[in-house]
Design a binder for this molecule. Structure first.
Ligand SMILES: CC(C)(COP(=O)(O)OP(=O)(O)OC[C@H]1O[C@@H](n2cnc3c(N)ncnc32)[C@H](O)[C@@H]1OP(=O)(O)O)[C@@H](O)C(=O)NCCC(=O)NCCS
Length: 165
């Protein structure tokens, strides 16, 4: 597969979608894209993408995105299930304010919870601050404002292996 084409697709999504993390340089995105969980169409083009990021005592399922031309077809279910299968790391957590994504993660066995571990919470917070700094550096006020203004709407979901997926 053409990793550079994948990374450019990802950069485009990161620029367009206000709830996703800010974009980084192509070389850095290339590294992420080769480690990510992805779905492809029959031509090999990316249709969906998500990353796993390590925190202190937790792994976060993040940057969940479906190509705009393929939304509303149930791909988020396939993507979230594939990402869950790709790791044995627990707890597996996710933050979102997207109703569609909440439907998908609930179906995959996630439940809405608080993060009780203060070290995990501080690790998540530190990364969020770094992302805000990056958005400021890029001058991406639209994304920064969208994320800061809606911070209270983001809910934490944790995979519950006991729940029937
Ligand atoms: C969020 C996103 C990944 C969802 O992907 P998708 O493939 O379009 O979603 P799906 O078609 O799989 O829909 C998932 C479920 O959500 C439901 N859904 C869709 N919109 C909904 C809404 N507004 N409220 C509740 N449920 C909704 C769908 O009906 C579907 O459930 P079903 O399978 O029981 O019918 C996609 O919209 C996206 O990439 N958004 C931009 C990036 C983003 O904001 N990501 C979240 C970062 S936190």
């Amino acid at each position: 597969m053409d990793a550079e084409r994948d990374a450019r697709w990802l950069l485009q999504r990161l620029r367009e979608e206000e709830d996703l993390r800010p974009p980084y340089r192509l070389q850095r995105e290339l590294r992420w894209v080769t480690q990510a969980t992805v779905l492809r169409d029959e031509h090999g083009s990316l249709t969906a993408y998500t990353e796993l990021r390590k925190h202190l005592f937790a792994v976060e399922l993040t940057t969940v995105v479906v190509d705009p031309h393929h939304r509303g077809q149930g791909l988020s279910h396939t993507l979230v299930n594939a990402a869950v299968q790709s790791t044995a790391a627990r707890p597996l957590i996710l933050f979102t304010r997207s109703a569609a994504l909440e439907t998908a993660v609930a179906r995959a066995g996630f439940v809405q919870r608080r993060i009780w571990n203060p070290l995990t919470l501080s690790s998540v917070g530190a990364r969020a601050l770094m992302r805000c700094g990056r958005m400021l550096m890029l001058g991406d006020v639209r994304k920064l404002w969208a994320q800061v203004a809606h911070i209270a709407a983001f809910r934490c979901w944790v995979l519950d292996d006991e729940k029937d997926a």
